[in-house]
Design a binder for this molecule. Structure first.
Ligand code: FES
Length: 337
């Protein structure tokens, strides 16, 4: 039997089916609740139950402590309803969010290609188009694994039913080695999405600086292609960090875009270059950005997507260069490898 979930302070009301989590019900009905891991581990989705009763589900004691349970808190990603419930959530209003309802869509793998020795490109033709904001991610259901894995969409929304995923190999992970070895053209796969609030804050109307490292290029690629296709005339700069030229991918595409669009600048940065013929930047993206921006980042919006060490170094550089934290956006989901 379905129950009613009321969310304060927004007053949104959604229907929750038996056995469905609060988070799943809200997101499927286009109502945003904060989340990151979706599996009771991080605590991002913690909410207070003001009225009614919930079953806490499989919430870890690390993410939801004993005292919080006693005080009436639950994790929206694991809790299910026992009766009608009113919760209080800490929701940041984001005027740029379209709050697109998530849904399940099946699709067929139509192409696979190694983009670098460690990053697999997968192209999936979905049975129906996925509406999403460039920069968002989907959950990819992997056969034999209970939990789906989260991957950013590397394509821009205009590609219709065809989505692209860039999947970095984590050698000691479980699902990414499996995907690299086993997924083949013709396979049928289910995805769920779109998730996340990492997208261009168009309402800010400010020049954009993107920092990408590893397979973290997916979201910036999607966002930059979407902005350029939609006639954005604001300056857009992409710093793409890689160890060497072998690990640098889509470089030719970005160089072509740089020639085509006056407002787009592409700056690949190699941290471990051994090719004397390389004439581009070397070192770390944060240092190169400081040099090229003369250590002055005020007035921009920054979007970061890559390994934690890279992101931390870039955030420090941006803040030292007078960019407030609220102007710096990072992709916040995490998923098992
Ligand atoms: Fe719910 Fe991480 S604990 S999203």
């Amino acid at each position: 039997m379905a129950c009613k979930l009321e969310i304060e302070p927004t007053g949104d009301i959604v229907e929750v089916q038996e056995g469905q989590t609060l988070l799943d019900a809200a997101l499927r009905q286009g109502v945003y609740l904060p989340h990151a891991c979706n599996h009771g581990l991080c605590g991002t989705c913690k909410v207070e139950v003001l009225e009614g009763e919930v079953d806490l589900g499989d919430a870890s004691y690390f993410a939801l402590m004993e005292s919080e349970r006693e005080d009436g808190y639950c994790l929206a990603c694991t809790a299910t309803v026992v009766d009608d419930v009113v919760i209080e959530a800490d929701i940041d209003v984001d005027v740029d969010a379209r709050n697109i309802p998530i849904k399940d869509i099946w699709g067929t793998v139509i192409k696979r290609e190694m983009l670098t020795p460690r990053i697999l490109g997968l192209w999936i033709e979905l049975d129906e188009e996925l509406d999403f904001q460039a920069g968002q991610y989907i959950n990819y259901h992997v056969p034999g694994f209970d939990e789906p894995r989260a991957f950013s969409l590397a394509n821009q929304p205009s590609t219709g039913k065809i989505i692209e995923l860039n999947i970095g190999l984590i050698p000691d992970g479980e699902a990414t080695p499996w995907i690299h070895q086993n997924v083949k053209v013709g396979d049928r796969r289910k995805i769920t999405g779109p998730f996340g609030r990492f997208f261009v804050k168009r309402s800010a109307n400010k020049p954009m600086i993107f920092f990408a490292g590893g397979s973290g290029l997916s979201s910036p690629k999607s966002m930059i292609l979407d902005e350029l296709e939609n006639g954005c005339t604001l300056p857009i700069t992409l710093f793409h960090g890689a160890r060497n030229e072998e690990e640098l991918y889509y470089a030719d595409m970005f160089r072509d875009l740089e020639k085509k669009y006056d407002n787009f600048k592409y700056i690949p940065v190699l941290s471990n270059n051994e090719n004397p013929a390389w004439s581009g930047e070397v070192g770390f993206t944060n240092d190169v950005a400081k040099k090229l921006y003369n250590n002055q980042f005020a007035g921009n919006k920054a979007y970061l997507c890559g390994p934690p060490m890279m992101s931390e170094a870039c955030i420090t550089a941006l803040m030292q260069g007078r960019l407030f934290e609220k102007e710096i956006h990072t992709e916040k989901f995490f998923s098992k490898a």
